[in-house]
Write a protein that binds this ligand. Structure first.
Ligand code: NDP
Length: 391
């Protein structure tokens, strides 16, 4: 079958390029590999559409760790999955498609069922999953920390990763939302995240992105005032259309950068940012939706009102963030770590897409052969919303 990912030879090639010169298309290739064989709890899917997530960009540039290191980590947590240890890794963590085969222990799912794949891989025998499967030591992200991801003619998943495809949602839209929408749902709505309340104000970084376009819509549904931050006029327009109350185009206004040329936090820039927010009528920020990390986390904490919370799921600009802790303890603020979503959070998020209460914002639908090109565009910040591929 065909598949897109990396093999050990390609990985060596990308590793020979200086990190600052790497772009994702240099680190992926079209592979010709066997159709995966099923263990008893697994299901073989023929994806109709898949969607791109930033984790595939990290995998293709081999940073901060390589796909093979991630898969080894998964297998050490889940020794039964040693069939994932191969000379190649297939990327991709979102797809919609049909079931073409089921393992001998799979119940409730049958050949020809139409499904959306949820990217949380866990050992279903771990008792903690009844509470929150994201806390299971066995937990991994499919197509990033595991092999056999979505960018392939066939992919295999655990039966516990399947959600029924909402009948009202077409195939491309069904492929687009599970990873980022479920992540945003946990971050903003769930008790495991910021648990937003009507009337609060939320600042969203990268608001026109894969996470941000869902975060805006979730804020609006929750009755929350939404301050969207972006870096172009086109992205600002998208956020307004999605319902953002206030949009800051950081390419034009005095809103960052919040670090100086040496990488030190620029507290004068923080103060200017707060002043700009006040001039727009934003005096009290209850929640900041964070995934940028080192470039913004210090400022995010500073911008919050007393008792406010930052909810963070990533660190695209760097994970060694510097913060001024005085603004944390003196102002009794909280930083909440959040990662993807458990099954019930993902199902709740999906239930909002089915009736059209949340509508995935699609950047474009492309042939899967364009994967490398679109990965580069996303890496360079040129895209918005979700990028979908036809298989
Ligand atoms: P996108 O590329 O779609 O959007 C990210 C946006 O962040 C960019 O478009 C940019 O928006 C903004 N951004 C980037 N750098 C900076 C900066 N220095 N200052 C301010 N804004 C910046 O990516 P996603 O939304 O899909 O994902 C974002 C991150 O979240 C990735 O690192 C991804 O791996 C991670 N993630 C983590 C998940 C988890 O479960 N833990 C789940 C999903 C994603 P603009 O230029 O318009 O301001």
């Amino acid at each position: 079958m065909w598949a897109y990912g990396v093999d050990k030879e390609k990985l060596k090639e990308i590793q020979s390029v200086r990190l600052e010169d790497r772009i994702p298309s240099l680190g992926i290739k079209k592979l010709d590999v066997p159709i995966p064989t099923l263990k008893p709890d697994e299901v073989l899917i023929k994806p109709k559409y898949s969607a791109l997530n930033f984790n595939s960009l990290w995998s293709s540039v081999g940073y901060p760790v390589t796909p093979f290191q991630l898969i080894s980590g998964h297998v050490s947590r889940n020794p039964a999955d040693k069939d994932h240890l191969l000379d190649y890794a297939i990327f991709g963590s979102d797809c919609s498609g049909t079931i073409v085969n089921v393992g001998t222990n799979v119940q409730n799912w049958s050949i020809n069922d139409e499904v959306v794949v949820h990217c949380n891989v866990i050992n279903s025998l771990d008792p903690i999953i009844e509470n929150d499967s994201m806390k299971s030591a066995t937990q991994s992200i499919w197509g990033y920390e595991t092999n056999f991801g979505a960018f392939a003619e066939y992919c295999k998943v655990k039966a516990g990763q399947l959600l029924p495809k909402p009948v009202s949602v077409d195939w491309p839209h069904a492929a687009s939302y599970c990873l980022t929408h479920s992540t945003a749902y946990r971050m903003l709505i769930s008790d495991n995240g910021a648990n937003l309340k009507a009337g609060e104000t939320c600042l969203i970084w990268g608001a026109a992105g894969g996470l941000g376009t869902f975060a805006i819509q979730l804020c609006k549904l929750a009755g929350v005032r939404c301050v969207a931050v972006v870096s172009s006029e086109e992205k600002a327009k998208i956020c307004k259309e999605l319902g953002a109350d206030i949009v800051i185009d950081r390419s034009k206004s005095a809103f960052g950068p919040f670090r100086d040329n040496t990488g030190k936090q620029d507290k004068l820039a923080w103060a200017k940012g707060k002043k700009l927010l006040a001039s727009l009528g934003v005096k009290n920020i209850d929640v900041v939706f964070e995934h940028v990390g080192a470039a913004t986390l210090g400022a995010s904490i500073y911008f919050l009102k007393k008792g406010g919370r930052v909810v963070i799921c990533a660190a695209s600009s760097g994970y060694d963030a510097e913060v001024d802790l005085r603004y944390l303890w003196m102002e009794v603020k909280t930083v909440i770590g959040s990662h993807f979503a458990n099954y019930s959070e993902a199902q709740n998020a999906s239930n909002l897409v089915a009736p059209g209460q949340v509508v995935p914002k699609i950047y474009g639908i492309y042939e899967i052969s364009k994967l490398g090109q679109l990965m580069d565009e996303m890496f360079l910040g040129k895209t918005f919303g979700k990028i979908v591929f036809r298989h």
